[in-house]
Design a binder for this molecule. Structure first.
Ligand SMILES: O=C(O)CCC(=O)C(=O)O
Length: 313
């Protein structure tokens, strides 16, 4: 049985989220949760490094490099030096455990309610040192990514957590406080396929709030929150993980892609296990990938990189 009774947010924290559209909770995740996510990410790095070694693209696994530096050192050795966000490669018990983390669940129950659905949009991001078009995340609302988004369906909350220290130099997130109250604004596609808020809707972005965080901290924010990520000007990879929760009502479930029934205070038997979810994720993802193959091809071509490098988005 999963523990669903993590501590609730205080009324002041809920009030901050309602007013500003985001909330930072310091040291929310236990160290073992952060360590498990870092190990999961590093096992994917190991796998990629071994493939590149086998293909003769690199001559060293760089296994002595530390967590923050290894990926960037490996990528420097490759002809195409950067990659997008990861999704399919992080479907793992560790990611599942993050969604189930009692402290996070406690916070989400305070903001959303007692029946929670884990949205099928989630990422681990190897934001590499440098200024890379493929990785650039300019001002946007996450609502732009939810099919047929409608505020009346219920609140959708993104939870973003770093696996290394993030600050303005290493590419932290920035927010326009209170901008969620403007509601959903139109988006335009930018070169890397992401959905950006046009200039004319960016009032307040000249004076943003920078969410500087350490591993264990979580910033949670509303689907209509205007936010962006700064370029990474440090010498290490800005690793982070982001997951999303919504109320487990039939409309949200239908619109949430390959997510899963994540928490139920009323009946825990509704909650899918990792094996059930990952099997369904694979099947639904395979369908999505087939459907978007042409779009992927066009985006990769526009960026001058291979389809493989884009497909984890
Ligand atoms: O991590 C990033 O660089 C961007 C994250 C983001 O915009 C999001 O999770 O909605």
């Amino acid at each position: 049985m999963v523990e669903t009774n993590g501590a609730a947010l205080t009324p002041e924290q809920v009030e901050h989220f309602d007013r500003e559209g985001y909330l930072i909770v310091r040291d929310l995740l236990p160290k073992q949760t952060v360590d498990a996510l870092r190990r999961m990410v590093m096992s994917v790095v190991d796998r990629f490094a071994q493939e590149w070694l086998d293909e003769g693209l690199i001559d060293d696994l760089c296994a002595d490099e530390d967590f923050a530096h290894r990926w960037a050192v490996l990528r420097e050795k490759l002809p195409s030096k950067t990659t997008g966000a990861w999704r399919t490669v992080i479907v793992s018990p560790e990611l599942y455990a993050l969604w189930q983390e009692p402290a996070l669940v406690g916070a989400m129950r305070s903001l959303i309610g007692d029946e929670l659905f884990a949205n099928g949009i989630f990422n681990a991001r190897p934001r590499e040192p440098g200024s890379w078009d493929v990785q650039r995340v300019t001002w946007h609302q996450d609502a732009a990514y939810y099919p047929d988004w409608d505020a009346a369906d219920g609140r959708l909350v993104t939870c973003w957590t770093p696996l290394v220290p993030v600050n303005e130099r290493s590419g932290c997130l920035q927010f326009v406080p209170g901008s969620h109250k403007r509601g959903y604004v139109p988006f335009e596609r930018v070169a890397n396929g992401l959905r950006a808020v046009p200039e004319s809707f960016l009032g307040g972005a000249e004076n943003p709030f920078s969410a500087e965080l350490n591993p264990g901290d979580v910033v949670m924010f509303d689907a209509t929150m205007l936010h962006q990520a700064l370029d990474n000007r440090s010498d290490y990879t800005r690793w982070s993980v982001d997951v999303r929760y919504g109320p487990a009502n039939p409309t949200i479930i239908a619109k949430s892609g390959p997510g899963y029934y994540c928490v139920s205070a009323a009946d825990q038997s509704r909650v899918e296990t990792f094996d059930q979810w990952s099997e369904r994720f694979d099947a639904e993802r395979a369908k999505e990938v087939r459907e978007s193959a042409e779009e992927l091809e066009a985006r990769a071509k526009a960026l001058g990189i291979s389809k493989g490098e884009l497909q984890a988005f």
